[in-house]
Design a binder for this molecule. Structure first.
Ligand SMILES: Nc1ncnc2c1ncn2[C@@H]1O[C@H](COP(=O)(O)OP(=O)(O)OP(=O)(O)O)[C@@H](O)[C@H]1O
Ligand SMILES: [Mg+2]
Length: 252
């Protein structure tokens, strides 16, 4: 670990999600085995950004969030890179055409050919927005969907208008989870609209600086540590904390 890293608790994370009234709580919620479990799953209607260099653990971290989330809300994953680990998640269903997306359960959208371009991917985000249903949307590698400084239409609707709408008198809340290897190459809005941050090891100083600036937390510019540790920061927390997903427990 970097010598300058402030001393922090290293917490093994057990994501959980408050169940709806009358509903059985998810298993993780009932029997956390960590001495100090904590909830890092974004509340519905809040956005999250996971960043880190290639192989640092972003997809693994977000996968551990969306599995419990999918027990309560639909989760759509935009898997433009074709990460094989996502389709192995419990309950996941792979979809290759937008017309087959049902916005129900845990769906992994794996577009092929021409459908795997940023404009078409953004069209699927717009489709999700237009369903007017509360859900989580996870964009695995944001750069593939939008590499311009300004967010595209579907993305900007999800980020800026999707958090909370009233549709026929009922609340609709959408959460967008995003991951990126290069946070300084994606629209700033992805960071400024996010409330939950998962900062893995980043290769370049520019990207570390970007995360520190976006959150006002200088420790996010420091390396988190070995073995897929990451900084977790939620807006309003005093300081980020160091975390590590217990992969064996969470994803099996
Ligand atoms: N907490 C963890 N414990 C054990 N292994 C992990 C953990 N996090 C990630 N890994 C392993 O490290 C490898 C890379 O993880 P992952 O695919 O999540 O990284 P990534 O940041 O999404 O990479 P990429 O930029 O290529 O998408 C995988 O083999 C994964 O199983
Ligand atoms: Mg990944």
């Amino acid at each position: 670990m970097n010598d300058k890293t402030p001393k922090q608790d290293l917490r093994t994370v057990y994501p959980d999600l408050a169940p709806k009234p009358g509903e059985a709580p998810p298993r993780e919620h009932r029997a956390p085995r960590s001495p100090r479990p904590m909830n890092i799953v974004p509340e519905i209607g809040k956005h999250g950004l996971a960043v880190g260099k290639n192989g640092s653990g972003k997809t693994t971290t977000v996968a551990s969030l969306i599995v419990p989330a999918s027990q309560v809300y639909p989760v759509l994953v935009i898997d433009s890179k074709g990460d094989g680990s996502l389709e192995q998640l419990p309950g996941a269903r792979v979809v290759t055409l937008p017309k087959d997306i049902e916005f129900d359960g845990l769906e992994i959208y794996k577009p092929e050919g021409l459908l795997n371009t940023s404009d078409y991917l953004d069209g699927v985000l717009q489709l999700a927005y237009e369903t007017k249903r509360s859900m989580y949307v996870y964009i695995d590698e944001m750069y593939q969907v939008c590499s311009r400084p300004q967010p595209s239409l579907g993305l900007s609707n999800l980020l800026m208008r999707g958090r909370h709408r009233s549709v026929n008198g009922r609340p609709v809340r959408m959460s967008t989870l995003m991951s990126s290897q290069r946070p300084s190459w994606i629209p700033r809005h992805c960071g400024t609209e996010a409330t939950y941050f998962y900062v893995h090891d980043l290769a370049l100083p520019d990207d570390r600086k970007r995360m520190a600036e976006l959150t006002g937390m200088p420790s996010l510019a420091m390396q988190p540590g070995p073995n897929h540790e990451f900084w977790f920061y939620k807006t309003g927390m005093g300081e980020p904390i160091l975390c590590r997903i217990n992969k064996r427990k969470e994803l099996t």
